[in-house]
Design a binder for this molecule. Sequence first.
Ligand SMILES: CC(C)(COP(=O)(O)OP(=O)(O)OC[C@H]1O[C@@H](n2cnc3c(N)ncnc32)[C@H](O)[C@@H]1OP(=O)(O)O)[C@@H](O)C(=O)NCCC(=O)NCCS
Length: 266
Amino acid sequence: MESAASPSVRSASRSSIGPRRLQVTPISPRSGSPAQNAPQGTPRQERGTFGGTCGASSHTGIGTSQFEAVGRNFHKPSAIPCYHPLMTESITVTSARTEDLDADTRAAIIRLCVAAHNEEDFRHLFSYIPYGGLHFLVYRGTELVSHAVVTTRWLQPEAQPVLKTAYVDAVATLPAYQEQGYGSALMHRLASDIGEYAIACLETERTAFYEKLGWEVWRGALAGRGERGMIPTPEQTGIMVLRLPQTPALDLNRGLTIECQTERIW
Ligand SMILES: CC(C)(COP(=O)(O)OP(=O)(O)OC[C@H]1O[C@@H](n2cnc3c(N)ncnc32)[C@H](O)[C@@H]1OP(=O)(O)O)[C@@H](O)C(=O)NCCC(=O)NCCS
C-alpha cells in the first residue's frame, strides 16, 4: 500500500505504536548480517484484501461480539491472563475495514489515539491507512474506548520463507479507561481474528503488557529489506511477534527482516 501500514512510524526508536516517520536510506548489505540472505522487497501488495473472519462495518454488525463486562470471560487463548473491564456497562468488541469506517468512527479513532499517545500525528492516521486496514474497536456502551489496526506486511525470519504478517498499529485505550481490561480484550479479539496470517508483529515499549497476552520479543538481529539491499536496524527494540496457527517453528535469536515501507522500516 502506499505504505499502508505507515501510521506507526517516526523513528526507529519511538516507543509506542503511533505515527512515526522514518527516512529510509538503503545501504549495502552488511557482511555477516543475519538478515543478509533473506529475499528483498515485498512479495505482493494486498491492500484491502483482508478476507478473514472480520467484516463488520459498524460496531453492531457482523464480526461483533457483545457481552456484559462483569462475570464473563473474553475469548482468550488458554493459560494467558485475561482481565475483565471493571464497569458494569455493556462492552462490545468489533472489527471493521478501513474503507467501511464512517466519518464519526474515524474521528473517534483519531481522538482516542491522540489522547492515549499524546501524539498529534495520529490526526493523519487515515492518510497512512487509506484503505485495507482491519480495525478492532472496543465500545463501552456507545463510546469507543479502545482501538488497534492490522495491516498486511511481510516478515522473513532468517532461513524461513517470507510470511504474510498481521502488523499491528495504533493500539490505544482512552486514558480514563486504561488499566481496566479493555486493551487486553481488544488484543484477545485481534489475535483470534487474524488466523489467515502466518504471524503477527508489532513494535512497542510496553513489552510486559503484550507478553501477558502471548506476544514474544524478537531477540535476534533486525533489518529492513529495501530495494537496494538490507538495512540493518540495530537500534530498534521492542519488536514483538505473536505465533498463530500457521506460524512455522521460530528461533527468536536469529535474524528477522521486514519489507521497507515508504516512511518506515518497523
Ligand atoms: C497500552 C494500552 C493500549 C493498554 O490498554 P489498557 O486498556 O490499559 O489495557 P489493560 O487494561 O487490558 O491492561 C493494562 C494493564 O492493566 C492491567 N489490568 C487490566 N485489568 C486489570 C484488572 N482487572 N486487574 C488487575 N490488573 C489489570 C493489565 O495487566 C495491564 O498491566 P501491564 O501494563 O502491567 O501489563 C493503553 O495503556 C494505552 O493506550 N496506552 C497509551 C498508548 C500506548 O502506550 N499504546 C501501546 C503502545 S504499543
